[in-house]
Design a protein around this ligand. Sequence first.
Ligand code: DOR
Length: 230
Amino acid sequence: MCMIVKSILFFTSCSQFEKRFPRLRIVLEHISTAFGAEWVRRNPSNRLAATVTPQHLLCNRNDLLVGGLKPHYYCLPILKSERDRQAIMDAIRNDHQGRFFLGSDSAPHVRSRKESACASAGCFTALTTLELYAEAFANAGILDRLEQFASINGAKFYGLEPSEERVELVQWSEPIMQIPESVLVQDKDASETAQGEEADAGAASELRPFWAGSFLTWSVERISSSTMKP
Ligand SMILES: O=C1C[C@@H](C(=O)O)NC(=O)N1
């Protein structure tokens, strides 16, 4: 079945689950469509929520497809139209019930598996997750929504207290950081197949971060516990 049709039909199953398990909390991980955003927004129950990744807030399918196929923009659910991206942004803008929250889905597939005849799905966003969300929220003029989205809504939905830790995000007038073209990591699979010296040292593989080469105007400046004196 076509994967796009399948992702729409999924909502029928979701309805059935909701009816069958009336106390079950359901999170739609990484929504990518206007339909998904609307589904969550209009749901009469407060047991349904959704997470959104930075790539689905920053990009649309043109980033993946125009001018050549770019495997580092390939993730699942696949990036959708600009209309979908904007509808998700609007849902977050108007989210007064705390139904949308952060879910980065950072997927550290090594470069050789991304730049391949059968590329692995996923974007490696973990190096700059908060900065990416800050760029997306600032571009959309909804920075006032970022704290709820990143730190409050998810905890509340799961019946937890928000974290005691604080992060301070700073916006600079000039770009403050360029996302590196690649980083080296220990690759367990490569280590297992490597021989001799390379195996002893643990084989290193390259990861290409999402948005590599782009400049960020946001930085995480401080991480502290609220009980610590500034
Ligand atoms: O849901 C997922 C899983 C992830 C991964 O590879 O870990 N990659 C994706 O693109 N989506």
